[in-house]
Design a protein around this ligand. Sequence first.
Ligand code: AKB
Length: 339
Amino acid sequence: MRKHVTLITGAGGEIGHGLIERLTADGDSAIITIDLQPLEQRLASRVEKEYQGSILETHLLERILSEYEVERIYHLAAILSTRAEFTPVTGHQVNVEGTLKLLDFAQAQGESHGRAVVFLYPSSIAAYGLPDLETKAAAGAVREYEWNHPTTMYGCNKLYCEHLGRYFARHYKQLAAESLSGKVDFRAIRFPGLISAVTVPSGGTSDFAPEMVHAAARGESNACFVRPDTRIPFMVMPDAVDALVGLAKAESSMLGRSVYNITAFNPSAEEIRSLVLEGFPDADITFDPDLKRQAIVDSWPSDVDDSAARSDWGLAPRYDLEGGFADYLIPRIRDLYRT
Ligand code: AKB
């Protein structure tokens, strides 16, 4: 008999860290992972099995199919927005072809064990693209179906994969004699920028915020790569993990859509700097905008409307802006770098 498990791809990344800790703290140790790099020992010891390799390796996914019944997939592996602009074809391979492989794997799993595989997909505010700052200011909190004109390879990849997921869930092989759809229960969250007290992101464009606070805690100076007035939505990592787990557990009958905005607060970069200075009064934070990365952040909305997530599956972030810094980020980051 194949064991029932949850699969996490990109498990060693920022969200993967928090997710493995959260799921195993809840008593769920039937977790298998895929990542290019070995997991940190403290995470590896919490999971059932760790596969080191690429999501693009067909034989790896076939091996998992033969060994496990996968009930749920958190497909976290991705190349983020800044990095994908330097290698857009590789970005597309990992972000789109990789996701297609995972969706196909979920379909094969569902057909093999007969139950729908819940497929959690972290999409992003990068799926939006606003043409200029005037439009961004006038748009305010955008709804899921508005301004879907991403300017980055990563944003295009995320938007397209949301559609691929919906296709697998509802229309897969619609001309076949017998319906094969319904084996993938696809659920996506459009994440805002995320700030973790435990890990420092790399390769993203919302990284200016976590970079500021981690540099301050390490006693290093930081030249923020966006203007002080730059504003996009953010959330701290524990709330992002809670949201993923909350959406995974929601009754499918409650879900009116397959893609949900979520957010917790939307400070300007200057407001983030002020909060970092409250926690680390000696921090040396200046602004030195990189005009090209600035343009990417300027194309993302200043806020998103997450009312559908709140009403359909009970999104309720624990941390607002002040609480996120005072009760989570500052004390936890201080502990992280305490020597
Ligand atoms: C990035 O900056 O690429 C990501 C994102 C906003 O999805 N953090």
